[in-house]
Write a protein that binds this ligand. Structure first.
Ligand code: 5RP
Length: 247
């Protein structure tokens, strides 16, 4: 059984590469580019590195410490949001994409910086392989929520009880189970901002727009991984080739 599984992994990497490399076609000389985080964006970073070595003039703003390091390794010029508050194009990955092009993000724990960069971009391009396209958000992937360390257990409790608040008729039946994200051993995962991640497993997310705001209203929550009405285009790598989704 190991071989078919390995074959599937190799194939998925090919589809990520297809999407990751396709996205650079949107990049032109002089642009300020937001660089997302994750294994799909890795292919974009490599391709951009090649184009920069061949003379492309861009400056990039990374969404994580990891992406910053990778961009430096590829000699891609970097800048900051302070220097360039308006970004021309951002290219980022996602964990789930629905038919409205709303997303769940944060599998790599970089959701807060990713959302700040996305919000300040004229164009947000999402790159995924076709396994990320879902009918409803929250089914395949828990929703990551970044929380401050102080009082995190209370924030966790508030998230767990969230679905059952009687005043919230629409959310009443949703409910979620919440896990503190850990790394190897039993250590909590720490974000680039020095916070924790709580992974919230919902049965389904019916109203992402409302849920995004409601979760962010809980004291202790920094940001959550729902990206609503931010995406301009999704580039999907599939067995039949590239598929582009836009609104
Ligand atoms: C990191 C993210 C990533 O973009 C998301 O997890 C997708 O990653 P990958 O391309 O490795 O599947 O949101 O916080």
């Amino acid at each position: 059984m190991l071989l078919p599984f390995f074959g599937e992994l190799v194939e998925r990497e090919e589809l990520k590469k297809l999407a990751g490399e396709e996205a650079v076609k949107h990049i032109e000389d002089g642009m300020i580019v937001g660089l997302g985080t994750g294994s799909t964006v890795e292919y974009t970073i490599c391709k951009l590195g090649e184009l920069v070595r061949n003379g492309l003039k861009i400056e990039c703003i990374p969404t994580s410490i990891h992406t910053k390091r990778r961009a430096k390794e590829e000699n891609i010029p970097l800048t900051t949001l302070e220097e360039h508050p308006e970004i021309d194009v951002t290219i980022d990955g996602a964990d789930e994409v629905d038919s409205q092009l709303n997303l769940v993000k944060g599998g790599g724990g970089s959701l807060t910086r990713e959302k700040i960069i996305a919000f300040n971009s004229k164009k947000l391009i999402i790159i995924v392989d076709d396994s990320k396209i879902v009918k409803s958000l929250g089914i395949d992937f828990p929703l990551p929520v970044e929380v401050v360390k102080f009082g995190w257990q209370s924030t966790k409790k508030a998230l767990e009880q969230f679905g059952w608040q009687p005043a919230r008729q629409k959310l009443e039946e949703i409910g979620c189970t919440v896990e503190l994200r850990k790394v190897m051993g039993d250590e909590p995962f720490i974000t680039d901002n020095g916070n924790y991640i709580l992974d919230c497993e919902f049965e389904r997310i019916e109203n992402p727009e409302e849920l995004e705001k409601d979760i962010n209203n809980i004291p202790g929550v920094v940001e959550n991984g729902l990206f609503v009405n931010l995406v301009n285009e999704v580039i999907v790598g599939g067995k039949q080739g590239i598929l582009t989704l836009d609104k």
